[in-house]
Write a protein that binds this ligand. Structure first.
Ligand SMILES: Cc1cc2nc3c(=O)[nH]c(=O)nc-3n(C[C@H](O)[C@H](O)[C@H](O)COP(=O)(O)OP(=O)(O)OC[C@H]3O[C@@H](n4cnc5c(N)ncnc54)[C@H](O)[C@@H]3O)c2cc1C
Length: 222
């Protein structure tokens, strides 16, 4: 476990907070975009997983973008954070291995993937990545994406019956024709859906990396 202090909390919108963590235990750490941290919630064994957007190993500092979808422990943690609070986390740990990425890169995900999008955008290979996100609130998401430098992302509003995925399908199929490498993150069922679409478009599994960040009814996926 690495102890860290909260040095800044920026509320970007009602559901999104940028959280800066610092501490000696964050120094001299190897980190790569796509890795995860598992933040302990309170004193128990419960943890929730987040994606560092950046990591400064000299200063001992990292940043996550937390989306508070509801009132689970992670959402409550993010909503309640104040400068000077402390926390403990495991990681950074391997999650999506993006080391061998070839370009062009397409990231598909949702609100929980914005942080990964930011990390990619700041990386050498991922700087030109195309981002396609399904979101619950178009206006709020656009505002947050703009604030973190991803204002050019394609944002698609969810519909109750998942009919919105048809638009994402069209987008991904078009990008597949350009030889892109795909990173699929976010909601498990949407990842499965997009994996099928890519398979049907003859995109081989070597061109697809996938990691579910959450699934309805499940808690604390890592
Ligand atoms: C590798 C990895 C990296 C991640 N990175 C980030 C990140 O950088 N930022 C971030 O905000 N999240 C990230 N997540 C997702 C986050 O860990 C989950 O959304 C987590 O469930 C939130 O915890 P909670 O306590 O608020 O909700 P939980 O108690 O875990 O979930 C309660 C219920 O809420 C629903 N739910 C969970 N997540 C969502 C959601 N996003 N939207 C709608 N409903 C949901 C589910 O039905 C679940 O059963 C990541 C997850 C993984 C596995």
């Amino acid at each position: 476990m690495r102890p860290a202090s909260v040095t800044a909390v920026e509320t970007l919108s009602p559901h999104f907070r940028l959280v800066d963590l610092e501490g000696d235990a964050l120094r001299a750490v190897d980190w790569a975009p796509g890795q995860k941290v598992q933040v302990a919630m309170g004193s128990g064994l419960t943890a929730r997983t987040y994606t560092p957007m950046s990591w400064d190993a000299d200063r001992g500092a990292t940043r996550v973008l937390a989306f508070s979808h509801g009132d689970g422990p992670g959402s409550r943690w993010a909503n309640g954070l104040r400068v000077g609070d402390t926390c403990q986390f495991f990681g950074p740990r391997r999650s999506l291995d993006l080391a061998d990425l070839e370009t062009p890169i397409v990231l598909f995900g949702d609100e929980t993937s914005f942080g990964l999008g930011g990390a990619l955008r700041d990386s050498r290979k991922g700087a030109a990545a195309t981002c396609v996100f399904e979101v619950s609130d178009l206006g709020e998401s656009r505002q947050v994406l703009e604030a973190i430098g991803l204002g050019d992302a394609t944002v698609i509003e969810r519909t109750a019956d998942d009919a919105h995925l048809a638009r994402a399908e069209t987008e991904l199929a078009r990008l597949a024709a350009g030889g892109a490498l795909f990173i699929l993150t976010g909601k498990a069922s949407s990842i499965q859906h997009m994996s099928r679409v890519l398979k049907a478009a003859s995109v081989g599994s070597v061109r697809v990396k996938a990691k579910a960040y959450w699934a309805p009814g499940k808690t604390g996926l890592d």
